[in-house]
Design a protein around this ligand. Structure first.
Ligand SMILES: Nc1nc2c(c(=O)[nH]1)N[C@H]1C(S)=C(S)[C@@H](COP(=O)(O)OP(=O)(O)OC[C@H]3O[C@@H](n4cnc5c(=O)[nH]c(N)nc54)[C@H](O)[C@@H]3O)O[C@H]1N2
Ligand SMILES: Nc1nc2c(c(=O)[nH]1)N[C@H]1C(S)=C(S)[C@@H](COP(=O)(O)OP(=O)(O)OC[C@H]3O[C@@H](n4cnc5c(=O)[nH]c(N)nc54)[C@H](O)[C@@H]3O)O[C@H]1N2
Ligand SMILES: [Mo]
Length: 809
């Protein structure tokens, strides 16, 4: 979230699109209710299904899955055509006036530089035009035909209400009603929040859907303000912490990135990330990358990371490709993976195309499952009737189960969607043989290190020299690890402005990331967490909910990254002179000497606004981007592509160009092309989702949840039920190109057929929670049905839109 949960109460308009907050985030949803009750906020829900969120909305609007870019592109067109934008904001705080290179082009669904064979773009032309001084050329009059404003207008001119109706199936009057409500927040005193989750991310074009939403918010001046923002409602209680700490194959902690295999040189690696400003007087805060990086390497390798060995740069793996879930399953299938550790993860249930995952797991030599429960993954080799029709004798994989504790049985911190690090305390002692994940990982590490010490190996240094300074090496405490993430001084640190003044003695906890240095004198395991545990103690354990201005800014409750800031980009809540656009919901302001207010300023604290520094200080532009340059796989402006399994078979937005029906830069493994179904055999659109009564695949082990939602069902609209001759309670068979499941039919008024380009399209809803372990009725895995294709940026699978055929079982 750019904002945070409590801040939702400040919104005047709430758009829930690509998520179902009432069911998947029932506690956080109370802030939506607060906004409606106390702020007369209007709630809009755009979803293929009439959900529990929709049931309390002022406006429910249906949409076909995977077509949100057409809808949002239509909104962009409407806002530009009817001059419903916040002018001062857009002119000063975005790249509207920036001039784009002459060789950049877009034609019928493809941008300049496409290589059809490799399915990737040469992105050189996706850039601004630069002057002799190295800065980007701009045209503040916005008259230049290649300035971002004009290119944007031109790009979305095709996204008309007629197209929205034909592609999304959204009735024109409903679309118009959404446009009017959104446009009402273009004035500086009204704000809209967008709440989204997997209904936007789990598509082959997911990242670009989210960008389109962000562009709408920028046009309306809704980023950086109270009650505004782009708010990703995250999943598992600590999934925000997972990405913060870099637990993705291409990331390092704090959103730093691993070097690629082309980057063998340390200086080259740093220079590519420490971007110089693209406009005069801009901050471009990532120029400090080296300080964050060296402090990380000191945390990981201690004294072994020295100036001479370039802070142990050679110890870092150099990436040839992302090693996300689909890649790993693909490598298993190619016999390129010997073993796999599933820690708190149930890939057989969670990954797409169960048959392919099954084949992959069966080819491993060993599989380690660290989990408090028996999962489908740990039992994948067991015959479970029709649901898991395998012959154990044919599977040679050796499976080890290491029973872990569960989050409620240990102390630690969780990062919520609003970036708050909240400390928690254990509620119970773990049962039986269960051990914490930290103990198990430490045990593995100490034994591996011993093996490397004894036997050597190709390159033992990264393991043997890993810093392990914990009082009990076999069981580091959460407190020790939290202090390390936050960071400390390794030598006495003098004040750069006054060398006689010592800021911190060696060994003291640091106050924040501004103190990090690139000379080896500081250590921090995750720079954005720096300040979470200071000399004053554990900031994450703070529980003072005082809210001095009444807008939900409880700065002494827990601790938010970065720097305890609650609303990112909050400088943009003020005009160019530093006066809040909306004094009634003031976050910060300029008092003539410094910035301050109800939040920690996202700006240089003493920067005079007259100097023209832009509010988006992490970007070299200093302003927000409509034109994404080379940062996205499929183009600098979001463009609609059909899901890989499309009920239409063509793309109306580009005149049915055959090479650009679906995302031309999505990731597909060669063997999977034959595994996509077509509408003639699989005429119904399916989408998968969760229910409040279950948490993925593990609450079916708890009796009360298993009783509440005992078995797999699928939601089918009344018209489709009639067409295939079934009534509520009948058993149906749902098939896709990958396999079939059987389920109880729930016939409902909540899913209506859509009219798409002159034909009727039915949507089928498939909740995801059941399988063949636990106390609920044994059943199929929903992911038997889903396709193996991913967004080319995030590698997230297309769980939300695929084709099936439903028939009476
Ligand atoms: N009770 C409960 N809560 C949970 C979880 C759980 O398992 N149980 N899981 C947690 C996790 S890990 C996550 S990631 C979050 C997920 O949170 P959500 O994303 O809110 O959860 P989903 O149920 O997957 O909801 C997706 C919604 O998007 C809609 N949708 C599908 N396709 C499209 C589309 O193309 N466009 C639009 N506009 N909408 C579409 C679906 O109909 C559905 O209503 O929930 C978290 N919260
Ligand atoms: N078709 C379809 N597929 C989907 C989705 C979808 O919407 N549609 N959503 C996707 C999403 S967003 C997600 S997040 C995944 C979820 O997929 P998973 O993360 O695999 O699902 P969970 O059942 O939450 O698995 C978590 C496991 O962690 C264990 N666990 C709990 N506490 C601890 C602990 O402290 N330590 C350890 N080691 N284990 C613990 C639980 O027992 C459980 O088995 O599913 C994905 N798959
Ligand atoms: Mo998730």
């Amino acid at each position: 979230m750019t904002n945070h949960w409590v801040d939702i109460k400040n919104a005047d308009v709430i758009l829930i699109m690509g998520g179902n907050a009432a069911e998947a985030h029932p506690c956080g949803f109370k802030w939506v209710t607060e906004a409606k009750a106390h702020n007369k906020a209007r709630l809009i829900v755009v979803d293929p299904r009439f959900t529990r969120s929709a049931s309390v909305a002022d406006l429910y609007v249906p949409i076909r899955t995977g077509t949100d870019i057409v809808f949002l592109g239509g909104v962009i067109r409407y806002l530009l055509a009817n001059d419903k934008i916040q002018h001062e904001y857009v002119r000063n705080y975005t790249d509207f006036s920036f001039i784009v290179r002459e060789d950049f082009s877009f034609e019928r669904g493809l941008f300049s530089g496409y290589d059809a064979e490799k399915r990737t773009y040469d992105k050189a032309s996706w850039d601004y035009e630069k002057g002799e001084d190295g800065f980007v050329k701009t045209d503040p009059t916005l008259g230049h035909p290649r300035c971002v404003y004009n290119l944007l207008k031109q790009h979305y001119a095709r996204y008309t209400p007629e197209m929205v109706e034909r592609v999304c199936g959204t009735p024109r009057d409903k679309f118009q009603a959404v446009c009017d409500l959104l446009a009402s927040t273009a004035v500086p005193t009204r704000a809209m929040t967008i709440l989204y989750a997997l209904g936007w991310t789990q598509h082959s074009i997911g990242s670009q859907i989210i960008r389109t939403g962000a562009m709408v918010q920028l046009l309306l001046g809704n980023i950086g303000v109270a009650g505004g923002g782009m708010n990703a409602l995250r999943g598992h209680s600590n999934i925000q912490g997972l990405t913060d700490l870099g637990l993705m194959s291409n990331l390092l902690p704090g959103y730093m990135t691993l070097p690629t295999e082309q980057e063998q040189d340390y200086d080259q690696y740093i220079e590519a990330r420490a971007s110089k400003p693209l406009r005069p007087n801009q901050l471009s805060y990532w120029q400090n990358y080296g300080k964050f990086h060296v402090s990380l390497m000191k945390a990981w390798w201690g004294d072994a990371a020295t100036a001479e060995n370039r802070w142990a740069f050679d110890y870092l793996p150099k990436l040839d490709k992302p090693y996300d879930l689909l890649q790993v399953v693909e490598l298993m299938n190619q016999d390129k993976m010997t073993g796999y550790i599933a820690q708190g993860f149930n890939p057989l249930a969670a990954a797409p195309n169960k048959a392919k995952v099954m084949r992959g797991l069966s080819r491993l030599k060993f599989l380690v499952v660290m989990d408090p429960l028996a999962t489908e993954t740990s039992e994948f080799w067991r015959h479970a009737g029709e649901y898991n029709d395998v012959d154990p004798a044919q599977i040679q994989t050796e499976v080890f189960r290491l029973p872990t504790t569960c989050f409620a049985e240990e102390d630690g911190s969780l990062v919520n969607s609003g970036r708050w690090l909240q400390w928690h305390w254990k509620g119970a002692e773990p049962p039986g043989l269960a051990r914490t994940d930290i103990e198990i990982m430490s045990g593995l590490f100490l034994r591996l290190r011993e093996l490397y010490r004894k036997d050597g190996g190709k390159f033992p240094d990264p393991i043997v020299k890993l810093s392990w300074p914990y009082a009990r090496p076999d069981s580091p405490t959460p407190e020790e690890i939290a202090k390390e993430y936050s960071g400390r001084a390794l030598t006495d640190l003098a004040d750069p402005k006054d060398p006689a003044k010592i800021l911190h003695r060696a060994g003291e906890q640091l106050s924040g990331f501004a103190e990090l240095r690139d000379d080896g004198s500081t250590l921090s395991g995750c720079w954005i967490f720096c300040g979470a545990w200071t000399q004053a103690g554990n900031q994450m354990a703070r529980r003072d909910n005082a809210d001095p201005t009444g807008i939900g800014q409880t700065l002494n409750w827990a601790w938010a990254w970065p720097a305890n800031r609650r609303v990112l980009y909050n400088r943009a809540s003020c005009d160019t002179a530093g006066k809040p656009f909306n004094p009634a919901r003031k976050l910060i302001g300029w008092n003539g000497k410094s910035w301050g207010g109800a939040d920690v300023p996202d700006f240089k604290i003493d920067e005079d606004p007259g100097q023209g520094m832009g509010p988006f200080i992490m970007l070299p532009e200093g302003v927000a981007r409509f034109f994404a340059r080379a940062n996205m796989a499929e183009g600098p402006f979001p463009e609609h592509y059909e899901p890989f399994e499309t009920p239409l078979g063509y793309n109306l937005m580009n005149g049915k160009r055959p090479e650009a029906v679906s995302n031309p830069a999505a990731r597909v493994f060669p063997g999977d092309w034959a595994n996509f179904g077509k509408a003639d055999a699989f005429p119904h659109v399916a989408t998968t989702y969760r229910l409040t009564e279950h948490f993925h695949y593990w609450t079916k082990h708890a009796r009360i949840n298993a009783v509440l939602q005992p078995e797999q069902f699928v939601e089918i609209g009344e018209a489709l039920a009639k067409e295939i001759g079934i009534v509520a309670g009948d058993r149906v068979k749902v098939s896709s190109k990958r396999g079939y499941i059987k389920a109880v039919a729930l016939v409902t008024k909540r899913i209506k057929p859509l009219q798409i380009d002159g034909r009727t399209v039915h949507t089928v809803g498939v909740p995801i929670h059941w399988g063949f372990t636990g106390l609920a009725r044994p059943g199929f895995l929903a992911n038997t049905l889903t396709p193996f294709v991913a967004d080319g940026n995030s590698q997230t699978p297309e769980f939300k839109s695929f084709l099936v055929k439903v028939e009476k079982a």
